[in-house]
Design a protein around this ligand. Structure first.
Ligand SMILES: Cc1cc2nc3c(=O)[nH]c(=O)nc-3n(C[C@H](O)[C@H](O)[C@H](O)COP(=O)(O)OP(=O)(O)OC[C@H]3O[C@@H](n4cnc5c(N)ncnc54)[C@H](O)[C@@H]3O)c2cc1C
Length: 585
């Protein structure tokens, strides 16, 4: 077993991890570990854009951006964190431009901007063009640019190293256990600072826009180490997944003029959100689609989807602004979206919850905000919380860039200030991981990963998706307890050491079941409807009892603990616009 030392270990090479690495490079010895080649991280799949009140298309302000983000979050976002993000957004975009991101541009040379769901002018008056983009490949170009910068700045990369656990000593994080995929050997990474940027967890649902690797490993690992997860019940379904596959059709398609229609050809969003129509936030559009299906107005022989109509856009406009959407429609369904509307239905897309952090990425381990020394998190795995109960489109890429950088800066400050040597490594985590893997390899009988994963995805899709109720959620909690036992008893057939993806998938499945328990239990406890969490049996928002964050802990004996934590309403104390009120669009 080999021990490797770096001052900082960043787990995850998506935009959050890379942005932090670029901030640290040249100042400290920083290494990025990723189970995928960095350029295969899910950030590269982001299509529609990144928000910032640059005002290149029309008058805009960071205050309006903050208002939209807080209203979009159904008032669960922490208001100071939102203010930090929205105020920093214009600077962050110009910085990306200077690093080399090839943004699309207006005729006059300024960075182009387009409308996105829930982004408005003058506190909700009408849609505003706030989202910067590079056609519909925004994540791809940002990821390539930041990776180039990180390589230029001599960041160490450990590609295809999967992190399996955290190392802790004296109540602080000081390393990780990882396996090298190519050889199957374990390595202990020793560090003074560890940051998780391991991304989202949509793979626990049957229909999802997420990549195969989005199995929420970071969340599973922290739960096993007694660290809580926050607001896990809030899982966003994007309204326009390509039917029936769930592949994402970006909201930019509606930003550029596409409209949703039911089987009667009616533009139904006019009824649900009269002011901003198809550009309402995603939770509202997804629910409206399901309401249309319930009323029998779905399209196709099964009446189980709706249509995204881009036929008002010219073929040239689609080719210039939405080339990926054109190609997905052609390749997967054989249709030309400038002629034929695209069949769509909601698809599991984004995790609002995650590892609780402050605005500098420091991980917080209780409701009072106690820090866990040596540990940071940023990106989709973290919950700052700027998205509350529902994220606005194009605010995630912004979150990654702003809070990835802030975590990097905070780690720099920490390393400059604390000159201590890292705490000695405890090899307990490595022993735990080896025992688990030996158990998997030694078992002569047991189910396959695929069998258990399929059942998990079905439970989450049927009982813990857009509409929820007590009966379904309570059943899901019970079924997840059974699935946990089944996931622990998996049999792995592949006994080799080289690229043994079967073992890794078995471990990923255990993480998936763990965080799914957090999602289902927090959803059961939240007896109200807020943002993406919609309860048939509690259809109203209940600020009196539930204007609070949820915290979920897993004790060593497997017992789940649920707590609540206050929401920061600091802007509301001075400005009436930010006081929680009914969300109307
Ligand atoms: C199809 C799609 C389109 C989207 N479009 C937009 C958009 O237009 N605008 C927007 O704002 N948001 C968009 N989003 C959301 C946004 O892209 C994601 O929230 C964001 O990219 C997450 O970035 P991240 O850096 O947190 O993690 P990711 O980019 O997901 O990267 C995770 C990293 O962690 C590594 N990792 C994970 N587990 C381990 C482990 N155990 N060991 C080692 N490494 C590990 C992976 O290898 C990877 O490098 C979109 C999401 C999807 C799925």
């Amino acid at each position: 077993m080999q021990v490797v030392y770096h001052d900082v270990i960043i787990v995850g090479a998506g935009l959050a991890g890379l942005r932090a690495a670029v901030e640290l490079s040249g100042k400290h010895d920083v290494a990025v570990l990723s189970k995928l080649h960095p350029l295969r991280s899910h950030s590269g799949a982001a299509q529609g854009g990144i928000s910032a009140a640059l005002g290149n298309a029309e008058k805009d302000s960071s205050e309006w951006h903050a208002y939209d983000t807080i209203k979009g979050s159904d008032y669960l976002a922490d208001q100071y964190a939102v203010e930090v993000m929205c105020n920093d957004a214009p600077r962050a975009i110009i910085e990306l431009e200077h690093l080399g991101v090839p943004f699309s541009r207006f005729e006059d040379g300024h960075i182009a901007q387009r409308p996105f769901g829930g982004h408005t002018k003058n506190f909700g008056e009408a849609p505003v063009r706030r989202t910067c983009y590079a056609a519909d490949r925004t994540g791809h170009v940002c990821l390539h640019t930041l990776y180039e910068q990180a390589v230029k700045d001599k960041v160490f990369f450990y590609d295809e190293y999967q992190v399996l656990d955290l190392c802790m000593a004296d109540g602080a994080v000081n390393g990780v256990v990882a396996i090298e995929l190519k050889t199957g050997r374990f390595l202990l990474f020793h560090a003074r600072a560890v940051m998780f940027a391991t991304g989202g967890y949509g793979k626990a649902w049957k229909t999802t826009s997420n990549a195969f690797a989005n199995t929420g490993d970071g969340l599973g690992i922290v739960l096993n180490n007694g660290i809580p997860l926050q607001d896990m019940e809030f899982v966003q379904f994007h309204p326009t997944g390509l039917y029936p596959l769930g592949i994402l059709i970006t909201e930019a398609a509606r930003g550029e003029g596409g409209v949703l229609r039911n089987a009667d050809g009616e533009r139904f969003m006019e009824r649900y959100a009269p002011t901003i129509k198809d550009l309402a936030p995603r939770d509202i559009v997804s629910r409206s689609i399901y309401d249309e299906l319930k009323e029998g107005r779905g399209a196709g022989p099964m009446k189980d989807h709706v249509l995204l109509d881009l036929t008002a856009l010219s073929r040239e406009a689609i080719a210039e602004k939405l080339p990926e959407i054109e190609s997905f429609s052609r390749i997967y369904l054989g249709i030309d979206p400038s002629v034929t509307p695209i069949p769509v239905s909601p698809t599991c897309h984004y995790a609002m919850g995650g590892i609780p952090t402050d605005v500098n990425g420091r991980v917080l381990i209780d409701a009072q905000g106690k820090e866990l020394p040596g540990f940071w998190a940023a990106g989709e795995v973290a919950c700052v919380s700027v998205h509350g109960a529902n994220r606005l489109g194009s605010n995630s890429l912004l979150d990654l860039i702003v809070f990835g950088r802030r975590a990097g800066k905070d780690i720099n400050r920490f390393l400059d200030r604390v000159l201590l040597k890292p705490r000695p490594l405890d090899t307990g985590a490595l022993e735990k991981v080896s025992r688990k893997i030996e158990g998997l390899l030694g078992r002569k009988e047991g189910e396959t990963v695929a069998a258990v994963r399929t059942d998990l995805q079905k439970v989450m899709m049927d009982k813990v998706s857009v509409f929820r109720n007590e009966h379904g959620l309570a059943a899901a909690v019970e079924e997840l307890a059974v699935l946990q036992g089944r996931a622990a008893g998996i049999r792995v057939k592949d006994q080799s050491k080289v690229f043994n993806t079967e073992i890794l998938e078995a471990l990923e499945l255990q993480h998936m079941v763990n965080y799914s328990k957090a999602v289902a239990l927090c959803a059961l406890k939240r007896q109200e409807s807020r943002g993406a969490h919609s309860r048939d049996d509690y259809p109203l928002r209940d600020d009196e009892n539930h204007l609070k964050h949820s915290l979920f802990f897993l004790k060593e004996n497997g017992e789940a603990v649920y707590e609540q934590k206050p929401v920061d309403l600091s802007l509301a104390s001075t400005r009436p616009e930010f006081v929680p009120k009914e969300r109307k669009y």
